[in-house]
Design a binder for this molecule. Sequence first.
Ligand code: G6P
Ligand code: MG
Length: 229
Amino acid sequence: MNSDHVEAVVFDLDGVITDTAHYHYLAWGKIAEELDIPFDPSVNENLKGVSRQESLRVILDHGGKEDKFSKSEMEKLASQKNEYYKEMIQELTPEDVLPGIMELITEIKNENIPLGVASASKNAPTVLRALEMDHLFEYCADASRMKRSKPDPEIFLTVCEALEARPEHSIGIEDARVGIEAIKKAGMYAVGVGKNLEEADLTWESTEHLSWTSIKNSFLTKNSMARRG
Ligand code: G6P
Ligand code: MG
């Protein structure tokens, strides 16, 4: 196989393909309010890319209430958050795909490069269907089958394997710090969307500025430099 070739592009979902990161924030905000825990965007930054149960632990920790709830109470809280979230995402339509994403995906597909989704969300298939995008991805990881959360590379490695792509020849796109860390640990090329993502190989402030030509050229330059040592 030609090594000057992108073998797969793997997208995070929430905050990259659509702004569901905001709905996760609102749904957790309701739970935090019910528990009388202060909650703001800075706490939310630590929840991006983090699983439902782990997010709850972060919020309880933040409110100094980490020991106040039994396992079953915590399960109830997490499932209540999911009910709020599911109600919010019922309104999703193809109009909610973030600017620039469809154009980027079209350009990648024109080169016959397989696409995957590596989201920690168990709601990912529902969200992709609501956006009418499920047919665009060759593979979407099943979050419930992952043993380890981002920043562990497991989910990105699983998607690369399913797409028969070598991680060092694949690109991951993320909005979360833990997500960028997971991509790098997988040995892939990391594209960050948003702020505070210094670990990424390339970052953009927002999705509308994403350019496939720039991503590809930067990836190819890095790979050819790595080959030359
Ligand atoms: C993504 C989001 C997180 C969310 C997680 C689990 O990684 O960035 O904010 O907590 O998915 O989502 P779920 O829909 O399964 O609760
Ligand atoms: Mg995300």
